[in-house]
Ligand binder design. Sequence first.
Ligand SMILES: [Zn+2]
Ligand SMILES: [Zn+2]
Length: 498
Amino acid sequence: MSWVDEYVRNVFNVRDSDVYVVASGLTTSGPAHMGTVMELLIPYSISKTIRRHGRKSYFIFIADTLDSLDSIPAQLTQFKELRDYLGRPLSMVIDPYGCHENYAHHFLDEVLTLMKKFSIECDEVLTADKLYSEGWYDDYARLFFSRLDEVRNILETTSFRKLPPNWMGVVKPICSRCGRNDTTTVKSFNNDLIEYECSACGFNGTTAISDHRWKLLWRLDWPSRQDFLGVDIEGGGVDHFTKGGSWDTAKEIHKRLFNKEPPIPFKFGFVLIEGRKMSKSKGLGSLTEILKYIHPSVIKYFLLKHDLEENRNLRLEPKFLLALYEEYRLVGEGKYQDVKQLRAWELSGGMRWSISFSELLVYYQIYRDWDVITKLIKDEFLVNELKTYVENWVNNGLVPEDYEVQLKPSKPSSDIKKVILMFKDSIDESMSDVDIHNKVYEVARNNGVEPSELFKAIYMMLFSKPKGPRLGKFIKVLGVGRFKALVDEILKDVAEGN
Ligand SMILES: [Zn+2]
Ligand SMILES: [Zn+2]
C-alpha cells in the first residue's frame, strides 16, 4: 500500500471529522527550494487522498511572516540594505526587489507561484501578520501568562532546556525603538500590558496585548494556531519531530493547557541532491535550475513514490533524469504494477505521454520546429507540456551522447559506401524502427562486414562520430524518405570527390 493511503486510513481510524483540516506552515524567509515543495506537496496529497476516499478535507497554508529575519539568504547578499533589518519580523523588512509591500510577502508570492506551477491547490492562504493583527492569538497569550508555571514546566521538559527563574517569555515583543523581535525579554505582565527590555538597543517599553506588536514563542504559536484553526492533520520534516523538538512541546500544550487531542502528525524524509542535503544557494541543485529541466509532474512523482520517511536522493545526471521521465511515462501506460508508483503518478497529475522524452529530444534536434513535430507525432498535449524542457536540454548541452543528433556529414570510404547503399535500398516507410535496426545486421552479414562496422560507418557518415542515437529510431524520426535523400546527397559528394 502507498504511504498516503496508509496514513489516511489511520486518520480515519483514530479521528472522526466532518471536514479534515490539513495545515502547512512555512516561514517565507527566502527563495523556495525542494524542501518547500515537500512542505506543500505532502499535505496536499494527504488532503487529496482524503477526498478520494469520499470524505471532506480543507487544506490551509499559513505563512509565518512574523518570524524574525535571522540571516540573509545567500542569493540576497547583494542587497546590503537588508543588514539593517536583521532581527526584525519578516513582514516589517523591506522587499529588496521593491515589488511587494514587504520581504515576507515577496517570498509568499514566490510560494504561491510555485504552488501554481506544481498544481497544488490550497483552500485558504493565511499570514501570521494578519492573524496576529486580527487578534486570533490574544487569548492564547493571556492564557499562557496566566498559567506561566505550567507553560514553563512543559517547555523545560519537552525541550530539555532550563529557563531562568524570573522567566516570562511566552511572547516576543517587537521593540518600538529598533524594531527587532529577537532581542526583547518580557519583564512583567499586568492588566494586559507587557513590559519588556531590548538587549540590542537598551530600550525599556510597554505594549498592550491589543497593540499586536508581539508574537508568541514559536513552540507556543504552533499549537495555538492549530487550536483556533481546528487543525486535524499537520506534519513536517523529520528534523521537527526529533526528541526535544517543537512537536513534543505542541503535543503537551494541546493536552495539558487546551485539554484536547493534538493533530495527527506526519513526518517526511529529506530531499537530497546528489546525496547531499539540498542547499539554498544558487546553481545546479537550486529549484529554479531543476525546474528548467524536469517537468513539475515528474518531480512530484519522484518525491511521492518514496515511502514517507525515506530520504529522496535526486541525481542530476542526464541519464538518471531521462530514466525518471521514462518511468513516469511507463507507469502511465500501465507498464508497472507497483501500487506505490501508480499512486505517485496519479497524485502527480497522471499525465499520459505517447512518446519518451529522449525521443522528443531527437525530434527537436532534427526539426527544431514544434509545428512540424506536432504533426509528425500527433500528440499536441505532450508537445505543449514538454517543449520548454526539451529546448532547455538541447540548448544547455544536457543531451547525452546516445541521443545527440547533430548532422555533420562526412565521406565514407568507397569499400563501405557500397554496403551503405545496399542498406539504404533495403529499407522502406512500412518498416518499424526494429525492422530497420535488424536490416543493418542482415545487410552487413550478407556482405561479409561486421554489423558493428556498418553501424560505425553510418554514424560516421551522418554525425562524423562513431556513435549516435539508436539508428532504427533515428531513421524513423527523420523519415525513411528523408534518410534516403540525405544518404544520396552525401554519397553524391563522395563520388564527385573521387
Ligand atoms: Zn517583491
Ligand atoms: Zn530595540
